[in-house]
Design a protein around this ligand. Structure first.
Ligand code: PEP
Ligand code: MN
Length: 340
């Protein structure tokens, strides 16, 4: 961290500020005294320093971070990729391609079981399905809630597919005990109390990027979970708000190589919410794999026209089968080139 002091800062003020920084944060402070201003260079772990507090000091003119404010999620301090292993032995982030597929919402036993069988036959390794749904309208279908979780478990029992489903509140954590991956949706990416509580569990967490969140904010949210002791975080790019209205969101695929370089955590792409259109899912899935994604999360419905949520972006099982063949084919090709 670099701090530029105001020209009127006295020697006494400088000394007392330096002493305060050293004792409060345990950092080493280097001082460069120029003709017009004095610059401080803070060396050591500056993650706990509140930049706004520093800015608020009378003698401070400007502050710059030169190090990322996240530590546990940072590749600099953990160069090797994090590989997340589920209880059935499935690994995410080990260089293979993981596909999570299923409906936006769990609607009935027949629906979820039929889709689970179909996506499994096409090669998906994880079943998705929302039981608690964050809907823009309070009048829209809110999910089957606890019953939805039971139906997901029934589909898991029948197919052996691990399940991923969204949590919306802290008081539900116990209810999610038997879920393989807990999803934190875009709308809850900065629900810090929820993130802190999930940090106390050992559950794999699929953390989706907020609708208007920067890459650094996504990593800071991952840091919240990791700071509590849970390192099992999977990052998910699911599209962000831009001025474009043709697609539901703008899928920021450059986030994939950026996240992979800044962090050691696995990165998954959601082309369904990323575009809002089923016709765009295949090309964006291919692009995500080419960009280096560790996995995809794709909405599939046995009758998209009748889906209770997100039908327009849901693939039929047949369309999904085609997408799965394409992306696994591309992944095999990329791996064979990398091994040459
Ligand atoms: C979902 O996965 O159905 C969902 C609501 O996702 P997001 O939080 O990315 O909008
Ligand atoms: Mn959805």
């Amino acid at each position: 961290m670099i701090i530029v002091l105001k020209p009127e800062c006295t020697k006494e003020q400088l000394q007392s500020f330096k002493d305060q920084l050293t004792s409060d944060y345990g950092v080493k402070v280097n001082i460069w005294e120029g003709v017009h201003s004095t610059v401080l260079g803070l060396i050591g772990d500056t993650t706990a320093i509140d930049i706004d507090y520093i800015k608020a000091q009378d003698i401070v003119d400007e502050v710059r971070r030169v190090q990322e404010p996240y530590k546990k999620a940072n590749r600099k301090f953990h160069p090797e990729n994090t590989v997340i292993e589920l209880s059935n032995g499935l690994k995410i982030g080990d260089g293979s391609l993981t596909i999570m597929a299923g409906p936006c919402s769990v609607e009935s036993s027949e629906q979820i079981c039929e889709i689970a069988r179909d996506v499994k036959a096409s090669g998906a390794q994880i079943l998705r399905g929302g039981a608690f749904k964050p809907r823009t309208s309070p009048y829209a279908f809110q999910g089957l809630k606890a019953e939805g979780l039971d139906l997901l478990k029934e589909a898991r029992k029948e197919t052996g597919l691990p399940i991923v489903t969204e949590i919306m509140r802290v008081s539900h954590i116990d209810m999610f005990e038997n879920v393989d991956i807990i999803q934190v949706g875009a709308r809850n990416m900065q629900n810090f109390e929820l993130l802190k509580e999930l940090g106390k569990t050992k559950k794999p967490i699929l953390l989706k990027r907020g609708l208007s969140s920067t890459i650094e904010e996504l990593l800071m949210s991952a840091e919240y979970i990791m700071a509590g002791g849970n390192d099992n975080v999977i990052l998910c790019e699911r599209g962000i708000r831009t001025f474009e209205t043709y697609t539901r969101n703008t899928l920021d695929l450059s986030a994939v190589p950026v996240l992979k370089s800044l962090s050691h955590l696995p990165v998954v792409v959601d082309p369904s919410h990323g575009t809002g259109k089923s016709s765009l899912v295949e090309s964006m899935s291919m692009a995500a794999v080419a960009a280096g994604a560790d996995g995809l999360i794709i909405e599939v419905h046995n009758n998209p026209k009748k889906a209770l949520s997100d039908g327009a972006q849901s693939l039929t099982p047949k369309q999904f089968d085609h997408v799965a063949k394409s992306v696994f084919g591309l992944k095999n090709y990329l791996n064979s080139q990398a091994n040459k």
